[in-house]
Design a protein around this ligand. Structure first.
Ligand code: FMN
Length: 357
């Protein structure tokens, strides 16, 4: 029987267990540069089979949230080197999640000269928190030209190479939760009539071009992707083609040969459930590693692994207040609850201050 505590081969990596730390934005990257505090945070959690970092922008245009890190400048590469060295010294393995926020953001959070870009010029719903002026309505983004799309593709490639230069073990493309890649996939946001919209193939094209280009640049075995079919975050919505689009996407990603498909299910956070049928269809269409996520505890993780629903299980919120989560799960110990008021605040409180055991 598969157990959460059995080893697993993922590309070039040997994972000592099947526990993945989910990507979680924590907004401690002052000036969008990773730092020693972040290195401590990730190193504290290095017993996970694989750590996936917080969403990290491959472009100045993708820094839509306050204090999220980027990964494109020499300073950012040096910052990520602190993180990778600390994690490796602690015996861990780490992929960086590349998150271009697209239309989700505000100019107050962006560096000078950067722009909010998206497949179409439709503003995201709701507001974006800014340090300068508190929550602000999302402005309408600039609709990307084909030249802008080529530029963004090049930024993903440069960022993927930068990840390897920084000593990170690989990248996860953030194709979920209504950020730029998902903005192309989702018909409620992508209203283009050119080759990057309109049809299932058109809406999938940018994601597949990015996946192919980063795989060619750093090796497909060092690339994963996160997707959220039926997600309703940041203005995404399902439509009649959702099943067909994601099945097509999974099959094409499988041909590219990337290492893993990480499927978001936020029903534990109040989002609509993601059907067992679409999850099974994705698993059947993608021959690489399948990462389960969303609301997992030990019994459900063991049951889903035993049922063959996935190969690895990602835990998000449980890792925040329990840096020693792997041992705690192994020993059946009680978990501490995190403090949501400290999820995105600067500084060490609620971040690196949790007891390590
Ligand atoms: C504080 C916080 C930040 C998050 N940031 C990200 C992120 O940057 N990228 C992402 O893909 N998901 C992000 N998520 C979603 C988590 O990765 C995960 O899917 C979600 O918390 C559900 O899993 P859980 O029940 O194990 O926490 C975030 C969640 C939380 C609580």
């Amino acid at each position: 029987m598969t157990s959460l505590f059995s080893p697993y081969s993922l590309g070039r990596l040997q994972l000592p267990n099947r526990i993945v730390m989910s990507p979680m934005t924590r907004s401690r990257a002052i000036g969008n540069v990773p730092n020693a505090l972040m290195a401590t945070y990730y190193a504290q959690r290095a017993a996970a089979g694989l750590l996936i970092t917080e969403g990290t922008s491959p472009s100045p245009d993708g820094l839509g949230y306050a204090r999220i890190p980027g990964l494109y400048s020499p300073e950012q590469i040096a910052g990520w080197r602190l993180v990778s060295d600390a994690v490796h010294a602690a015996g861990g393995r780490i992929f960086v999640q590349l998150m271009h926020t697209g239309r989700v953001g505000h100019p107050h959070n962006l560096p000078a000269g950067a722009r909010l870009v998206a497949p179409s010029a439709l503003a995201a719903p709701g507001t974006m928190y800014t340090d300068a002026a508190g929550p602000q309505p999302h402005p309408a983004p600039v609709a990307m030209t084909e030249n802008d799309i080529r530029t963004a593709l090049g930024e993903f490639v440069h960022s993927a190479r930068s990840a390897i230069a920084a000593g990170l073990d690989g990248i996860e493309l953030h194709g979920a939760n209504g950020y730029l890649l998902d903005q192309f996939l989702n018909a409620a946001i992508n209203q283009r009539s050119d080759g990057y919209g309109a049809t299932i193939a058109g809406r999938s094209r940018f994601v597949l071009e990015v996946a192919k280009a980063v795989a060619d640049a750093i090796g497909a075995d060092r690339v994963g992707i996160r997707i959220s079919p039926y997600g309703v975050f940041n203005g995404t919505a399902a439509d009649a083609d959702t099943d067909a689009l994601y099945t097509h996407l999974a099959a094409e990603l499988s041909k590219i040969g990337i290492a893993y498909l990480h499927v978001v299910d936020h029903s534990s956070m109040g989002a609509p459930p993601v059907s067992a049928e679409i999850k099974a269809a994705l698993r059947a269409s993608f021959r690489g590693t399948y990462v389960l996520s969303g609301g997992y505890d030990l019994p459900r993780a063991e049951a889903d692994l035993a049922a063959g629903k996935g190969d690895l299980v990602a835990f998000g919120r449980p890792f925040i207040a329990n840096p020693g989560l792997v041992d705690k799960l192994r020993n059946g110990r009680e978990l501490r609850a995190p403090d949501p008021a400290l999820f995105y605040t600067p500084g060490e409180q609620g971040y690196t201050t949790w007891e390590l055991d």
